[in-house]
Design a protein around this ligand. Sequence first.
Ligand code: S3P
Length: 451
Amino acid sequence: MENNLNLIKMSNILLINQRINKFDSEIIISGDKSLSIRWILLASQAIGKSKAYNLLMSEDVFAALNAVKKLGIKVLIRKSHCEIFGNGINGFKYKNGLVINAKNSGTLGRLILGLLIKSPKKINIIGDKSLSKRDFSRVTIPLEKFGAKFYYKTKNKLPLSILGSQLSKGINYIENKGSAQCKSSIMLASLNSSGTTLIKAKKSRNHSELLFKYLKIPIKIKKTKKYDFISIKKPKTINAFNYQIPGDISSSAFFIVLTMLTNNSKLLIKDVNINPSRTGVITILKKMGAKISLKNKKNYRGEKISDILIQSSKNLKGINCPSELNSCAIDEFLIIFLAAAKARGTSYFKDISELNQKESPRLNWGSKILNKMGIKTALTKNSIKIYGQPNLEITKPIIIKDYLKDHRVFMMSVIAALTCGGEWRIHNKDSINTSFPSFLKTIKNISNKSL
Ligand code: S3P
């Protein structure tokens, strides 16, 4: 029994049968996953030693470090930082029959293909059960235009092999899903292709663009309301660079909602990346009545960083969520659904079929978990209505399992258990290692400091 919180570990199952007590605390959240993986991939293309501080130490990021190691890049993990010794653009060296395991990471699996479009030998990409269910044609179709060839055993799914082409030339590409992974994969391929690559991309997170600018890679961007028009010329070289990774807003989101839904509580999360292409969660929750404010704002190499102050937020109201916010909240919908479950009135989220393309079919899982809690939902392939119950009392025991170890399904379930009560058995505790290994430790630290 913990101080205020009963997190009983049974092998890989987490039992929670008590709400969290009120708290007033300050936390630091581990490094942003998107930026951590992008730093690794870009540092591998730079010349010489690059360093990253606060690199996320999670399985997705270790998979990215292992991938570049297998491609002949030296990686050193020091106490305070990580070092990568790049061999320049297209400087990978590897043997025949190379296998790269992207494990659970769609970002790694899709982005690294962009760096391999000139590979003279076939490289095999594999992934775990969840990643092997996800579509890869969304990147291999445009990458074929650079001249690369792809071989699938099962149509559009991992495992796949890539054989590059020495003649790769810039392409024209329209990215219509609002997928930063697709956009970034093509951007990385442009580093290795003669001429100019032109991308018309529906709005999505823009970390790759900001890093390209910072690295002085010739990139021009014209923004319209819905699309960004990006043009990239092959750079001569990329210089090694050091980077301080800010905290991950996607991980912070679970603590934002934990605080909102716990009475008389307050939390300060330090140094979080609040890039506007990622802050849909804050906009949506504030529209629902959440008490969230941003303090101590800073700029860092094009990224925006700030502390986030959250207070208990009673009287949340349902939202008809504008779909323009979807791409900047894409990883946060599960936890937003939980806030909607505790809000007064009905919430409606539309045009979100992409959620079913994530580590698990997340739209379906979000609905399933709310239903188990006793919340009514109306689910279609690309929308969900949630009938909120501010005074929800969970009466039946809840078991969460067989969810493809989706880290965000696990974390949503934990926050639901800690804020709505009931008896929860949440399987596959190890799923959090994907993005946020210190998730449970951070909860315990907060609750031990309870008032
Ligand atoms: C990511 C982009 C998003 C997001 C994923 C990380 C990235 O995926 O869901 O967790 O780092 O580019 P899509 O590009 O498929 O929307």
